[in-house]
Every structure is written in structure tokens, then in C-alpha cells.
Design a protein around this ligand. Structure first.
Ligand SMILES: NC(=O)C1=CN([C@@H]2O[C@H](COP(=O)(O)OP(=O)(O)OC[C@H]3O[C@@H](n4cnc5c(N)ncnc54)[C@H](OP(=O)(O)O)[C@@H]3O)[C@@H](O)[C@H]2O)C=CC1
Ligand SMILES: N[C@@H](CC(=O)OP(=O)(O)O)C(=O)O
Length: 421
């Protein structure tokens, strides 16, 4: 049996020889470059970037999206732990050496994309902003900090409208949890029309959300089980007793720690982050998060209760027009979103759209969402030279690389600020 290509490896294995991008591409329809298209990503007038956690699943996805979007940059620093220092990657025909992340890493860095875990963000995020970098942080470290915007570009871009890249003034932008992003990408357009009072979410989360090691373990365990071998279990453990969990051919409650109220942290992120992003402390949200043996692309069932009636057909039309959302909802052929179908696609796919018959009138709605990784809706990361919208990277699913910073880059003159670096 041939090994399925795991896209997170596309820049990995760079130890000895430089790795050429891309090792694996899962894009169903490879784009055919127009004879007139000119790659303009590497350019002197573009921001300098740093990717913190570049060797990880999310970091690799950052690189992939930067490349796919033709994101403009004048330089990229590839940063990871001491373990990875010295690894070489080839990205867009240039060779890079992974550097150890240190307090000196952010000199002259305009945009720092962080995906090395919460503790690294807590330690190095402020260092980077003091150096004048705009940090897009994928961890949960600053999400609930009142002074830090928690942004889904399609939902609440205004929350970061005051931030300017290249101004010399650093800033932090937090990326929501992947399950929150998926849910709100679809629920927000409906919320704007009929006001959501209550939301019940059940998730089916892929291995990718747990990092590169979990993806590798799922693949390995699957092989071992099929070959009749004892499966290797290292990644997922039960809380307290540390009993190891078999992931292949199984599913279990999300591996995030369970809190005293019985919810796990992943579930409570959905609750708290929704309130912050919608700026609505009264919104009622309840969630159940489950890890399923799918390599990538999270799925969710979302049940909404509205303040005003909303007709099913109108809901479908709203979703069809929603930025970053695609409707796959063919009842006749039982064709709805699947993780495999959305893998490597940009949009949140929504299907199973139907009135909730357990609620009176048209006040209830059920949908099923599926999403993989990068989500840029009409993002200007294509970067025509006069384009003033620049993509923003944000993390969706395991990468949630959804870079759409409205009017952040190329706006205003850089101020002469002493960054202290
Ligand atoms: N917003 C969201 O929904 C999601 C956010 N995330 C965030 O991204 C983080 C990374 O996820 P993922 O890529 O899946 O994890 P991986 O385990 O695949 O990668 C971890 C990365 O962090 C780096 N790292 C670890 N320790 C250090 C250190 N001391 N100094 C510098 N770099 C270090 C690793 O480098 P090395 O290879 O050298 O060890 C590696 O590049 C998560 O911890 C989470 O905070 C992840 C998934 C979803
Ligand atoms: N949401 C990821 C875990 C994660 O990294 O979440 P967060 O970004 O909130 O730390 C998952 O699928 O498990």
C-alpha cells in the first residue's frame, strides 16, 4: 500500500540536504501558471517575516500558504528550537537555515508568525512587539487579553484596524482556536441577519490539530493495526492516570484538559472566544469536542437558535454569499462536506443545512461544517503591486493560516521609532 502523502512534511526532513518545496502537494487541481504571471513575493518593498515554530505542522503550513498566496516578503527568518537549528529548507528557490529562537531574533522583523505553543508566545511575543514586530499568534496565550484583538478577518477585521505593519510600533494579534474560527465563519453571517441566541456545537477534530507528531502517530498506528502489530501509542493519554489512548480506528473526547465544570479547555475556548469575537457576553454557547481519526480538516455540527425567524432557503443564500464559505448541500445525492473533500481548499464548507424541527417556527437551524487549513477569502496575498490589502495569516484547523490584514501593510510612512533592539 502506498503511503498517503502528508502535506505537513513538505518542508520537513531538512537536516542534511536542503529540502525542496514542495515535497508533497495535495492540491486536487494544481494551478497552471499563466505564461504572463510573474512571481512577485520576494521584493525589497515588502515586509520582513519571521516564522516561529517553522518546523512544526502549523509553521510548515505558514510557508505553504505564503507561497500559495504569493505573499510579499523581503526576507524570511525561519525560527524553531535549538533542536532544529542548522536545518536547511529551500523555500521558493532560496535556501534558508533554521535559527534557534532567541531574544535577538526579531530585529528588523515586520511580521512574526508564531506557532510554537503558548509558553513560547508568552515569552517571546512581547519581545517581538518591543522590537516593532506585528505578531500574529496562533496560540491561546493572549486570546482573552483585553488589549489584544482576537481576529477572524472575515468576521471582525475592525478589531485590528489600528495596527500598521512597518510603523515601528509592534502589536499582537491573536488567532482564535480553530474550532471557533470554523464555527464563526459560518455562524456570523446568519447571526448578523437573525441574531444567534444560543449555539450548540459538536466537533469532530482531526489529528492535524494536535500537531505533526499526532499526525505521524495516526499514520503509524493505522499501519500497525492493519499489519496485526502492537500499535505505538505515545501522544494521547488520559488525564491523571496517563493511560495511553489508541487513536487509529477509535475516537475520544478531545485531549485538552478537563476543567472542574466538566467541559474541557477546547470546549470552553469555543464559548469564551465566541463571546469576545462577537462582542456579546450574553451569547449562549455549549460545545462537545471530540478527536476523530481523520488526518486533517476538522468538522463540526452547529445548531443555532435565533432571536428572529430565518427561513432555511434564506440561510442557504446568506451562506452562499458569505466570504470564505462554500455551500456543499446536495440532499438528492447525499453530497455534503467531508474532510477529504475540503483538504487543501481555502473555504469553510457548509452542508446539511436544515431547519431545526425541535424548535418552533424558523427560529432554529442546523448545519454541518468542514474546514481544512488556510482560509483566505479573496485575499490580496496575490499581491498586485498596487494592492493595499495584504493577506493576514491566521490559523484554521491545524494551521488556520488565514492571512488577511486589511490595509495593514503599505499604509502610512514608517515612523522613526527606536525599537530597542
Ligand atoms: N489556532 C489554532 O487553532 C491552532 C494553534 N496551534 C498553535 O500552534 C502551536 C504549534 O502547533 P503545531 O505546529 O501543530 O505543533 P508541532 O508540534 O508540529 O510544532 C511545534 C513547533 O514549535 C517549535 N518549538 C517547540 N519548542 C520550542 C522552543 N523552545 N523554541 C522555539 N521553537 C520551539 C518546534 O520546533 P522544533 O521542531 O525545533 O522542536 C516546532 O517548530 C500549538 O502549540 C498551538 O499553540 C496549533 C493548532 C491549531
Ligand atoms: N484546536 C487544536 C488544538 C490547538 O492547538 O488549539 P489552540 O490553538 O486553542 O491551542 C486541536 O485540534 O486540538
Amino acid at each position: 500500500m502506498q503511503s498517503p502523502a502528508i502535506a505537513h512534511r513538505r518542508f520537513l526532513n531538512g537536516d542534511a540536504a536542503a529540502t525542496t518545496f514542495p515535497l508533497f502537494r495535495l492540491k486536487p487541481t494544481p494551478s497552471i501558471a499563466s505564461p504572463f504571471s510573474v512571481r512577485m513575493s520576494l521584493r525589497e518593498d515588502a515586509p520582513s517575516l519571521a516564522v516561529v515554530g517553522v518546523t512544526g505542522a502549523v509553521g510548515q503550513e505558514f510557508l505553504s500558504v505564503l507561497s500559495d498566496r504569493n505573499f510579499p516578503y523581503r526576507s524570511i527568518k525561519m525560527l524553531a528550537s535549538k533542536r532544529s537549528a542548522g536545518k536547511k529548507y529551500t523555500f521558493e528557490d532560496n535556501e534558508y537555515v533554521v535559527e534557534e529562537l532567541t531574544a535577538d531574533s526579531f530585529k528588523d522583523v515586520d511580521i512574526a508568525l508564531f506557532s510554537a505553543g503558548g509558553s513560547i508566545s508568552k515569552e517571546f511575543g512581547p519581545i517581538a512587539t518591543n522590537c516593532g514586530s506585528v505578531v500574529v499568534d496562533n496560540s491561546s496565550a493572549f486570546r482573552m487579553d483585553d488589549s489584544v484583538p482576537l481576529v477572524i478577518p472575515e468576521v471582525n477585521p475592525d478589531a485590528m484596524s489600528h495596527i500598521r505593519i512597518g510603523s515601528g510600533k509592534g502589536a499582537l494579534i491573536a488567532n482564535p482556536n480553530c474550532s471557533t474560527i470554523i464555527c464563526l465563519m459560518a455562524a456570523t453571517p446568519l447571526h448578523r441577519r437573525a441574531k444567534v441566541l444560543r449555539m450548540v456545537v459538536s466537533t469532530y477534530q482531526a489529528a492535524s490539530g494536535a500537531g505533526a507528531a499526532a499526525m505521524e502517530e495516526l499514520e503509524l498506528q493505522t499501519r500497525e493495526v492493519l499489519e496485526g502489530k502492537r500499535p505505538t501509542c505515545k501522544i494521547f493519554k488520559q488525564q491523571v492516570l496517563s493511560v495511553l489512548l489508541l487513536y487509529a480506528f477509535n475516537l475520544f473526547s478531545h485531549n485538552a484538559p478537563v476543567l472542574p465544570n466538566g467541559y474541557n479547555e477546547e470546549e470552553m475556548k469555543l464559548v469564551k472566544e465566541t463571546r469576545k469575537i462577537w462582542n456579546d457576553k450574553d451569547i449562549k454557547v455549549t460545545a462537545t469536542c471530540i478527536r476523530v481519526p481523520v488526518m486533517r480538516a476538522h468538522a463540526e455540527s452547529v445548531n443555532l437558535q435565533f432571536a428572529s425567524p430565518l427561513d432555511e432557503d434564506e440561510a442557504r443564500e446568506i451562506l452562499k454569499k458569505a466570504p470564505g464559505v462554500v455551500v456543499i448541500d446536495d440532499r438528492a445525492s447525499n453530497h455534503f462536506p467531508t474532510p477529504l473533500e475540503v483538504s487543501n481548499k481555502d473555504d469553510v464548507a457548509v452542508g446539511r443545512i436544515r431547519r431545526d424541527e425541535s424548535q418552533d417556527g424558523n427560529y432554529g437551524f442546523i448545519g454541518y461544517l468542514c474546514l481544512w487549513g488556510p482560509n483566505t477569502q479573496g485575499g490580496c496575498s496575490k499581491c498586485c503591486p498596487d494592492c493595499r490589502d495584504v493577506a493576514v495569516i491566521q490559523d484554521i484547523s491545524f494551521c488556520q493560516v488565514n492571512l488577511r490584514w486589511k490595509n495593514v501593510w503599505l499604509e502610512g510612512e514608517a515612523e522613526d521609532v527606536d525599537s530597542g533592539c
